[in-house]
Design a protein around this ligand. Structure first.
Ligand code: DGY
Length: 323
């Protein structure tokens, strides 16, 4: 009997096509109408799910009686209920590593865009306001030589720090659960308590997975410790930052600016953040380049195929599900 693969989002059909003789493949198709209805209708048949950007609650998977594996096209997996998947013996895999450099590129883009006020001055230039040279009120701040504070010096954090250190001569501070002696040597980075980092860094960059411990890691108190000229950059998960407190801090110029890729709720079409010139906002595009999204989909597909063929996928998140 052929097993069934259900692709619930962003997998190019050409990636799956070569496996059509080994698996039944169902790809949700917007042309066929409501995607949720298609997903629910196909779910009972599915042995493997592949896709990204979907929140799975307990009730969403009730009908998935044959499900063996979910292959998420993302490094983060906070949108899955791991305890539930473990109880059901459903494997979950993610796509680490392949997006580190691309996500770090975006963090740097946000650092530069906020510091040099690029979106604001772009809009101003295009609005026809450039009749004389800009005055001091439109000046930005330097990036080179400043202090970059990374909370969570994992692989993405390290890729951001490398860019800061070697591209812009920045001083690197980091905090987190453990020291990274190799990275300290490579980046001349200093391990400091988080409070110290918040007080000293010109750019504060939390780069942590979302968990009960990291939810609201940057809240009112942390924002109040930051320098008034400091800039917060978030490319991790929206809920790592208390968004209400951040909006307040930006509106009252408690900090200089924020560069944001991620939000408390996604997607969203309205937010006070979208009205602030000192918030540079992009719609969760950390890994969104053609090359990286393809690499993520390929890695996810390998995980899925390995799982369905009875092997342990290299990126298995929950070993508990296989016991
Ligand atoms: C991830 O992979 O978790 C990134 O946030 C991109 O979606």
């Amino acid at each position: 009997m052929k097993k069934t693969i259900l692709a619930f989002s962003r997998v190019h059909p050409s990636l799956l096509a070569p496996y059509a003789d080994q698996f039944n493949i169902i790809v949700l198709d917007p042309k066929e109408g409501d995607l949720d209805a298609q997903f629910q209708a196909a779910l009972p048949k599915a042995h493997g799910l592949i896709g990204g950007n979907r929140k799975f609650g307990e009730r969403d998977l009730e009908a998935a009686e044959n499900l063996e594996i979910i292959s998420s096209i993302s490094v983060g997996y906070d949108n899955y209920d791991l305890a539930y998947l473990n109880r059901r013996g459903i494997m979950l895999t993610n796509t680490p590593d392949v997006l580190n450099e691309t996500t770090a590129d975006l963090a740097l883009a946000l650092i530069l865009a906020t510091a040099r006020r690029i979106p604001e001055l772009d809009a101003w230039t295009k609005s026809g306001s450039w009749s004389k040279t800009i005055d001091e009120s439109a000046f930005g701040c330097d990036v080179h030589g400043k202090t970059l504070g990374i909370i969570g010096l994992g692989k993405i954090g390290a890729a951001i720090a490398r860019r800061g250190r070697f591209g812009f001569g920045m001083e690197i501070l980091y905090s987190g659960n453990s020291r990274k002696p190799e990275l300290e040597k490579e980046l001349d980075a200093r391990y400091v308590p988080q409070e110290h980092l918040l007080r000293e860094a010109d750019f504060v960059c939390p780069v942590v997975p979302l968990s009960a411990q990291t939810r609201n890691l940057i809240s009112r108190k942390e924002l109040s410790l930051m320098k008034s000229e400091a800039i917060l950059i978030n490319v991790s998960r929206g809920a790592v930052v208390d968004e209400e407190a951040l909006i307040d801090a930006l509106q009252n110029h408690r900090i200089r600016a924020a560069g944001l890729d991620v939000y408390a709720k996604e997607p969203m079409s309205e937010s006070p953040l979208f009205k602030l010139t000192n918030a540079v906002t992009v719609p969760h595009i950390g890994s969104a380049t053609t090359q990286t999204r393809l690499a993520m989909a390929q890695r996810a597909l390998k995980n899925l195929l390995d799982g369905l063929r009875g092997q342990v996928p290299v990126d298995l998140v929950n070993r508990e599900a296989t016991r």
